[in-house]
Design a protein around this ligand. Structure first.
Ligand code: ATP
Length: 458
């Protein structure tokens, strides 16, 4: 892994974003656990997705399907048959790799140094994770943990139509876990065996031109969403799938890719699924899934434009994109708040996360922990801030010196730090310190909540 990835992995563990799954038992490949800060980051990603896709629109509703579904769903959707990746096996060490992952194949060849690597023919391997359901051993039914969250939506298409007043075009959004028997999990959380997806299934009239129009619309919407949440635009690009790499259901497929330390990588796919899913479920279930269009007085199966992103991959790329190392001395106009000569006076690590994504919105510090007046006053400011929903969660820190506390908050992306000092006791003012500029300003406590709230809205 690159140097930057090493730093991200170590920061994630040290500060409580992401830990290896089941670590005390030696781990379980391809699984990750999210710590106190990681869960906030993921929640914030989910919230921002829901806000833009469901709450800010009239044409999209939310949904949450069961992870376990009747196995017929996966036969109908083509996953039992087609959810297979061609694999090749290294004839020297017998490690299997996906035949379409050229970079990993090259890296593997390099790892054998002087030896010439030859590979077996491509073989297919089913990615669906199997489970057994039922209490009596012999009668247990084989089920699958869903390989994508998509199908839960399509099999409920009729239910949702019947219980809402939606008319085409409309969408159904969902966020939830999916599971894949990935052959080569790796690059930290990038490729895991258990991961979370955030998706929109948008149903449109079954016409080429109509589907193209919505396809372009959703491609742009989703790109804008990442950019508006602070991702560096030049590190993002669209890439169209070649016909040979398209999933079995896709009429057209583009990925949003990020220029990561391990190459340009997909973290969201936008697919034109045509009427693949509805027609297959209609055929396999025998239930009429057509939509009745009152204007044209016709029944038809709508086409589906899908946007399918990964919550974990987004979290990882937001972390990578936000990670910054700065020399504190070169900051124009900044105050030096570190002890001269201390190691952190030369460099600070800052996660420049968008305030909407930052795990903590604000941190509150008493200047000195051993002055009861200061601590009591700081506690009251802390209480005040925690009554405002927009500012939650608020961090509290009274350890060490103030410079170290600022650095500690910088490293986890807290946008603002509020310090209660001796002047506070005289005139009820506090300082607000800005994570990105490190500038401090003094404001009245009575105005603090409004000021912070308006800055966090940016
Ligand atoms: P890849 O080619 O990287 O395996 P995919 O094309 O199979 O991905 P999709 O089936 O389109 O991925 O899934 C949609 C999104 O779900 C991906 O863009 C990604 O963000 C997320 N995702 C898919 N597989 C994984 C995984 N193994 N680990 C983490 N996230 C994943």
């Amino acid at each position: 892994m690159s140097n930057l990835m090493d730093k991200i992995v170590s920061l994630a563990k040290r500060r409580g974003f992401i830990y290896p799954g089941s670590e005390i038992y030696g781990g379980l490949a391809g699984t990750w656990d999210y710590g106190p800060l990681g869960v906030e980051l993921k929640n914030n990603i989910r919230k921002a997705f829901w806000q833009s896709i469901v709450y800010e629109r009239k044409d999209v509703v939310g949904f949450d399907a069961a992870i376990l579904m009747n196995p017929k769903v996966w036969e109908a959707s083509g996953h039992v048959q087609a959810f297979t990746d061609p694999l090749v096996e290294c004839k020297i060490c017998h490690q299997r790799l996906r035949a379409d992952q050229e970079d990993e194949i090259k890296d593997h060849e390099k790892s054998h140094k002087g030896q010439k690597v030859t590979w077996t023919e491509r073989k297919k391997f089913n990615l669906l994770v199997e489970a057994k359901l039922g209490v009596v051993e012999d009668e247990r039914t084989k089920v699958y943990l869903r390989g994508e969250i998509t199908q839960g939506v399509h099999v409920n298409f009729k239910n949702i139509l019947d219980s809402t007043r939606l008319s085409i075009p409309f969408g159904i959004a969902q966020i939830g876990k999916a599971f894949r028997n990935e052959i080569t999990p790796g690059n930290f959380t990038f490729r895991s065996r258990e991961f979370e997806q955030m998706e929109l299934q948008y149903y449109v009239r079954s016409e080429e031109s109509e589907s193209k129009k919505w396809y372009e619309y959703w491609k742009q919407q989703r790109m804008d969403w990442y950019v508006n949440l602070g991702m560096t635009r030049k590190k993002l690009r669209f890439r169209q799938h070649e016909e040979s790499e398209r999933a079995h259901y896709a009429r057209d497929a583009w990925d949003i890719e990020y220029d990561s330390p391990f190459g340009w990588k997909e973290f969201e796919g936008i697919h034109n699924r045509g009427d693949w899913d509805l027609s297959r479920h209609q055929k396999h279930s025998g239930v009429d899934l057509t939509y009745f269009d009152q204007e044209s007085n016709k029944h038809y199966l709508p086409w589906i434009i899908e946007t399918s992103g990964g919550v974990d991959r987004a979290a990882l790329f937001f972390l990578i994109d936000a990670y910054t190392e700065e020399s504190t001395r070169s900051e124009p106009g900044s105050r030096s708040y570190s002890e001269p000569g201390s190691e952190d006076s030369a460099k600070r690590i800052v996660l420049k996360l968008h305030p909407k994504l930052a795990p903590y919105k604000v941190a509150v510090f008493p200047l000195l922990a051993n002055k009861p007046d200061l601590v009591q006053k700081a506690r009251s400011v802390y209480q005040l801030l925690t009554t405002n929903y927009q500012l939650l969660p608020v961090a509290w820190d009274d350890r060490g010196n103030i410079g170290k506390r600022y650095y500690s908050q910088d490293e986890i992306g807290t946008p603002y730090c509020v310090t209660i000092d001796f002047q506070t006791l005289d005139d009820d003012t506090v300082t607000i310190r800005d994570r990105d500029t490190t500038k401090q300003e003094r404001v009245k406590i009575e105005e603090l909540t409004d000021i912070l709230e308006s800055r966090l809205q940016r």
